[in-house]
Write a protein that binds this ligand. Structure first.
Ligand code: PEP
Ligand code: MN
Length: 372
């Protein structure tokens, strides 16, 4: 896929900053917010939801088609291009007719390939920029699938938006970020700009600046931020919307780092550090492979001696000692636990396989079970 970088969409160079209220509530509301955002000089595109995908039918569902003319006024009076979420072919038709500049597919829509197909059928033949939020669940194929569908309609101005994934249990975030998934997406489609929506990710205004900085540090191509002139009285997502003052404060503090530097001193040092990392990675792989070989040998040994039962005490001891080692080396406790679990699982898988092979050769009792 060859996707056009956001810099050539006509909305400005540098990180793409999209801001505006969760929902368009009245003509006066969108104009007030858009003028305040325009005055900050930091916003490339104004956002507002007209059709709100609310979880419960009793929540505010947006002002719908009649709000399109409010956004026309926003454009006329502020010069800001406007972006709207579309969830059906009718929404797309209305947006195209009313001169909406950018559309986005929300997380719920992206989760349903049938909906994406229906929307894409109406987008075909246009060159309107389309933003594709991540689906509700951390399924990178579903996310890529929606992007491919949009691409297949001939759209070349596409950006993904990482807005986090729905947690089942209470979490610090409303929608948990999975930065590694956004990185995977970027490595699978290198020309694709990936933005971040720190508002739906955070779920609370106080967490938005930190999340935005994290996104910038991860070299994301821009931000989509919810801003309301009076968040406490917003009709949707009131906890996570920034007021224009907080938005400006955040933008002033964000540190945008350049992708790279042409300074020779910097490049030499970077090269040296990368070489060291390459060599350590190579050693990690070799050590893990050596550990696996021992584990397989142990599987054979136990199997042949009929002593192979999963040894819970040994596993608990491994987990405890390695986690303590990790902590004393300055590693994160949770990360160390995950790493050891992963290695142990692979160990079990290898031992399982060796047992199967031995059983097939009838060199091992049929009910032996391995463990470390
Ligand atoms: C939104 O941006 O207003 C929205 C509903 O987002 P999401 O689809 O990410 O939940
Ligand atoms: Mn919202």
């Amino acid at each position: 896929m060859e996707i056009e970088p956001t810099g050539s969409w006509g909305y400005g160079e540098g990180p793409l900053i999209i801001a505006g209220p969760c929902s368009a509530e009245s003509e006066e509301q969108v104009l007030t917010i858009a003028k305040a955002l325009r005055a900050t000089g930091r916003v490339n595109i104004f956002r507002a939801g007209l059709w709100k995908p609310r979880s419960r039918p009793s929540s505010f569902g947006g002002e719908g088609f009649r709000a399109l003319s409010w956004l026309r006024r926003v454009k006329e009076e502020t010069g800001l291009p406007v972006a709207v979420e579309v969830a059906s072919p009718l929404h797309v038709e209305a947006c195209l007719k009313d001169g909406i500049d950018v559309v986005w597919l929300g997380a719920r829509t992206v989760s349903n390939p049938f909906s994406v197909d229906e929307i894409v059928a109406v987008l075909a033949g246009t060159d309107i920029p389309v933003l594709v939020k991540n689906p509700l669940s951390p399924d990178v194929e579903l996310w890529i699938g929606a992007i491919e569908r949009v691409y297949s309609a001939g759209i070349r101005k596409i950006a993904a938006v990482h807005r986090g994934f729905t947690p089942y249990e209470k979490n610090r975030y409303r929608n948990i970020p999975k930065w590694e998934l956004a990185i995977e997406l970027r490595s699978r489609i290198p020309s694709l700009p990936v933005l971040c929506d720190p508002s739906h990710m955070s779920g609370k205004a106080a967490l938005v600046p930190e999340t935005s900085q994290k996104a910038i540090d991860m070299n994301m191509a821009g931000l989509m931020v919810e801003v309301h002139h009076d968040p406490r009285h917003a009709l949707s997502d009131r906890d996570q919307q920034l007021d224009p003052g907080a938005f400006t404060g955040m933008m002033d503090k964000l540190v945008f780092r350049s992708k790279t530097s042409s300074d020779t001193g910097f490049l030499n040092r970077l090269e040296e550090l990368r070489n060291r990392i390459d060599s350590i990675d190579q050693q990690i792989i070799e050590l893990v492979a050596a550990r696996m070989r021992i584990s397989i040998e142990m599987g054979e040994f136990k199997c042949l001696n009929d002593v192979a039962v999963f040894q819970l005490e040994r596993w608990i001891e491994i987990l405890e000692t390695r986690t303590q080692n990790g902590i004393s080396e300055g590693l994160d406790e949770e990360f160390t636990g995950r790493l050891i679990r992963m290695i142990h699982e692979e160990s079990i898988r290898c031992q399982d396989k060796v047992m199967e092979d031995l059983r097939r050769d009838m060199r091992c009792p049929p009910d032996a079970r391995q463990g470390e």
